[in-house]
Design a binder for this molecule. Sequence first.
Ligand code: MIC
Ligand code: SF4
Length: 638
Amino acid sequence: MKQTVAEKVVANHLAHGKMVAGEEIALKIDHTLTQDSTGTLAYLEFEAMGVPKVKTELSLSFVDHNMLQNDFRNADDHRYLQGVAAKYGIVFSRPGNGICHQLYLERFAKPGATLLGSDSHTPTAGGMGMIAIGAGGLDVAAAMAGEPFYLEMPSITGIKLTGKLAPFVSAKDVILQILRQLTVKGGVNKILEYTGSGVKTLSVPERGTITNMGTETGATTSIFPSDESTQAFLRAQGREEQWCELGADEGAKYAETLDVDLGKVEPLIALPHSPDNVKAVSELEGTPVDQVCIGSCTNSSLRDLKIVSALLKGKKVSENTSLTVSAGSRQAMQNLAASGELEVLIASGARILENACGPCIGIGQAPTSEGVSLRTFNRNFKGRSGTQDAKVYLVSPETAVAAALTGKITDPRKLDKIPQISMPEKFVLSDAMFIYPSAKSAVAKVVMGPNIKPLPTFQPLPSKLTGGVLLKTGDNVSTDDILPGGSEIMSLRSNIPEISKYTFIHTDKTFACRALEKGGDFIVGGENYGQGSSREHAALAPKFLGVKAIIAKSFARIHMANLVNFGILPLTFVDKKDYEKIAQGDVLDLDVRELTEHLCVKNLTKGTSVEVNLSLTELEKSIVKAGGKLAAIKAKQK
Ligand code: MIC
Ligand code: SF4
């Protein structure tokens, strides 16, 4: 049978099921990655599984998110993660080394392999011809314990690239164009596979920008073939022996196709507050810009920083605009320093930040009140920058520089001629900040600071749920809405009782208090409930506050899996119009003795009832019944 690239990798890793779209499958996982803000929970969960060593070919633990050490809490988390890594055989990337996805692409990604990461942008590695999927920490912990990863076999969309990008247009504009078409839910349960003659015009880091932000379409993952460009990148990284060719068979079939003529793509910009709210930069020209931030796992590769440096050469950042630059990795930074391009950035007035996520998740550099901030990042959800009324726009590095120089939104094609940048044949390699496990480190001490609290335990699902609707939300509620980022809240990621108090804090300040005081089993949501981050805190915190079921029009993939993992029932309306029949505060009643595909929710307040779907596999049902995956694993061990 003729196969696509995705099918080839899936077929090679199939541990269960049939490779038919919509069927449940399980994949053998070669590599795992975690980052600090999801990692502490993932490792607490892993430790609870009682496995003496990770069973994967390679597991990595990065520290890149919670880097602001305002007090002991983040530093304690870093120390805990380092101890766990040493004890269980995990490679540890020290704080300051860079952003997990960029580092993984540079130093560890290899064509044809599978990666499961506790971060939603794990698909970045799809730029290397891998199946790389984002998941909740518990699923990643299970993979480290040697379990396969269960998911619905996605359908495969072929995105055919032809032509070549015009000057001042780059990979970010390509994915913004795709987002404009697919929207933030158009990719759910799909793999976006890139094909066509345009593929060879893009380098691996440019492909990584596209696969990274494919996440914003809701896609399970995105993948490029592995070709000569892949080989050249691996050679430059001193890892050519890890290259293999991987392409779709001639005549392989895609469930649907999309055509993108790269030559016709123009500079694009996502407007507040959604990555799919895309317009041409030219339509917004002249809007004053207070801040420009370059970096994040989407646009922080050496290629991106080189173009930024070349465009800034001999020029100064506008005096009303603040420009920050965060490199994705120490390697990128070191290469920039070696070539003198870093000096150009400094001379231009750019503020050089640590190699980390930083402003992308509201860790510093919050914009001014009502400020306009242009960022090369992947998410612009309201308030994520740390300033609730800021207006965040998402752009390419080229468009970011144009705004930094002129102080307003400017079509980058109006800058002088595009400078030629040259990529090194061999990167200056910098692995000093990785700590590899050794026989000696196996006896490492795992130190838990006072802010690292044990995982809460939960009771099995009761036979009947009777309770109030604590909150009714609209469409596209993100996990940032459910449990926001930012330095204050993120330093509580290892402390569920404390972080729970911030659940829905910017939507409804009273949520946590109401839930704790009055109780209430339900939340009602719209379409694509739980889009965005993979943080399982967005399931665990509501669970801790007593939520037992969420009824929505539809769910985002990772969040739905996290709800199941923590024993919350994800229900969808059979008839979406029934969403109108339930109001916040209504008391609902649901018999869950039998977890059948259709259930009837009685609205005791209104004296009506609505039909809901429960689309779970038998395995998932048993997990919810047991009160969550950890409880289910423990019950199995008894
Ligand atoms: C994000 O970009 O939202 C994050 C912060 O990287 C999250 C992970 C987290 O919440 O810790 C993600 O994308 O999964
Ligand atoms: Fe970090 Fe931002 Fe990437 Fe998330 S999206 S991993 S916060 S850089």
